[in-house]
Design a protein around this ligand. Structure first.
Ligand SMILES: C[S@@+](CC[C@H](N)C(=O)[O-])C[C@H]1O[C@@H](n2cnc3c(N)ncnc32)[C@H](O)[C@@H]1O
Length: 499
């Protein structure tokens, strides 16, 4: 099937679950206009026919899959066309399906330009274009039920999709299936959503289900999701809650309950927050004690100590990396040769360092991205909190150091400026903050992503100064004694203060 883009079959139980989400009044009118966009081998068409719908259409790019559907579903009108530039004058009561998922960079050239025309940027996925196009093709009151990757909830380049959804109606249902294995060979983080096109203010809350166990089989997903909808209660497979529709003020969307903090200051108002320095070639720039003992005094001026993700223990840091930080103090290979031991060390990597990515203004021996370097140097002797930018540990790992360490590229740095660093450290490591951060959209698969953007805008509750001191005191004890058993006391103080 050379002409297919991302053909993957949706399990029948998932298809049936999605068909069950069609609103009751539409289910009663069997002759509503329905389109399956990217109908593949007709999994959705089959389920819709079983539910006795009569006005079905499907569009499929691949000739082979089109032929399959044409033969097997004579009662359905099938188009062998590209949905992205399909010109039809009809609008639908329901568009349903599992659109293709493929990032712009992996799409055929001709498809790329169609995606850019619809979405407006080159960082998109083809499924963004499917969502946008489908919204346009819906009637007022029409419904879009899709299973797609979770990433449009948080991706910066999917803001156009989130905004389009907000501007044209609202979400009624989200079923967050996380990384449950649903598709042959593929394991994306998926969610099912139901959108209703409406020019009126949303009158219903979004019903949000989130799967608890990624190993759940489609049959159980079907049964347990139906159970949640009838009881409106969480069960052993899904968490459940309802929330107001997202607004444009929500930078990212999330399936975690909102944590309301009404009296707060933003982290960026009391701390400097920034990403770390990227060497772009760790092998060459990391040095050991033996290397260092060979360097002369001038060469040693290029040594720095940096914290990487692996040094973030949680509360404190353990160890550091010695780096040669080669910046614009050296501008030519000739200048580099005047530091013979540095030259010798770097020369052995020259070939591969030359072909790595670096900005045009750099030489092969320079660091790739000295992000925030001047600022970091000016704050070098301040206490700093480091956190892995992408973390899979089950407890937060914000880690303080009072030493003059720089951050490496895989950590985010928080430098407290207007509050006790121990208070900030304790708060950021609390369960309360973790839940709150997830509700702000920090989840990436089963990891948490600490980004400068989200962290800058996190809310720090305004606590009574006694509470703040208490948090700082317990945290300092945890830090100094390297005793994590006391971290639950921080949780208790915050929990009772937030009540
Ligand atoms: C993820 S598969 C889903 C197939 C089927 N709906 C199912 O759920 O089993 C996506 C389908 O979209 C089709 N497709 C990809 N790009 C398309 C396009 N631009 N226009 C129409 N169909 C397309 C693929 O050939 C594939 O069959």
């Amino acid at each position: 099937m050379n002409d297919t883009i991302a053909f993957v079959q949706t399990p029948q139980d998932i298809v049936n679950l999605m068909v069950s989400l069609i609103s009751e009044d539409k289910k009663r009118q069997k002759s509503i206009d329905i389109l399956d966009s990217g109908c593949g081998k007709g999994m959705f068409l089959k389920s819709l026919l079983n539910s006795k719908f009569t006005n079905l259409e499907g569009i499929e790019l691949s000739k082979e899959l089109y032929d399959y559907c044409y033969e097997n579903f004579p009662e359905v009108k099938i188009y062998n066309d590209d949905y992205l530039d399909w010109m039809n004058l009809k609008e639908y009561d329901l568009i349903i399906g599992n659109p293709p998922y493929t990032h712009y960079n992996s799409l055929p050239k001709a498809t790329r330009s169609k995606v850019v025309r619809i979405v407006g940027n080159k960082e998109s996925d083809i499924y963004y274009a499917f969502i946008l196009k489908s919204i346009d093709l819906l009637k007022e009151g029409g419904e879009l039920i899709y299973i797609v990757p979770y990433s449009f909830f948080f991706n910066t380049y999917a803001k156009v999709v989130r905004d389009k959804i907000i501007e044209n109606g609202s979400l009624d249902i989200i079923i967050d299936l996380d990384e449950t294995r649903l598709f042959e060979g593929e394991n994306p983080e998926t969610l099912i959503f139901k959108f209703t096109k409406s020019s009126k203010e949303p009158h219903q809350k979004i019903r949000i289900l989130r799967i608890k166990n990624r190993k759940t089989k489609p049959g159980i997903i079907y049964k347990k999701a139906i159970e949640v909808f009838s009881t409106t209660l969480e069960n052993d497979i899904f968490t459940y809650y309802e929330r107001e529709m997202f607004t444009k003020e929500n930078e990212v969307w999330t399936t975690y309950p909102e944590t309301i903090i009404s009296n707060y200051i933003l982290l960026k108002d009391i701390c400097w927050i920034g990403v770390g320095l990227v060497s772009g070639y760790e092998h060459a720039f990391i040095v050991d004690e033996e290397d260092i003992s060979n360097f002369n005094e001038d060469e040693k001026k290029f040594l720095v100590k940096a914290i990487k993700s692996k040094h973030c223990t949680g509360f404190w840091t353990e160890g550091y990396e010695n780096y040669l930080l080669i910046d614009k103090r050296i501008n030519s290979e000739k200048e580099l040769q005047s530091y013979p031991n540095l030259y010798e060390k770097l020369l052995s990597f020259k070939e591969s360092m030359t072909v790595r990515y670096f900005p045009a203004s750099n030489k092969w021996f320079h660091w790739q991205a000295l992000r925030n370097y001047e600022k970091l140097k000016s704050l070098l002797f301040e206490p700093k909190i480091f956190v892995p930018s992408l973390d899979r540990s089950i407890k937060n790992r914000f880690s303080l150091s009072n030493k003059p360490y720089l951050p490496s590229g895989d950590v985010l740095t928080i430098i407290p400026q207007k509050k006790d660093p121990y208070f900030i450290l304790g708060y950021l490591n609390s369960n309360f903050f973790r839940e709150y951060y997830l509700s702000e959209g920090g989840r990436r698969g089963h990891r948490i992503s600490y980004t400068q953007r989200i962290m800058s805008n996190v809310k720090i509750p305004v606590f009574d100064s006694k509470i703040e001191n208490k948090i700082a005191t317990i945290t300092k004890r945890v830090f100094e004694n390297k005793d994590l058993s006391k971290r639950k006391e921080i949780d208790e103080v915050i929990k009772s203060a937030m009540k």
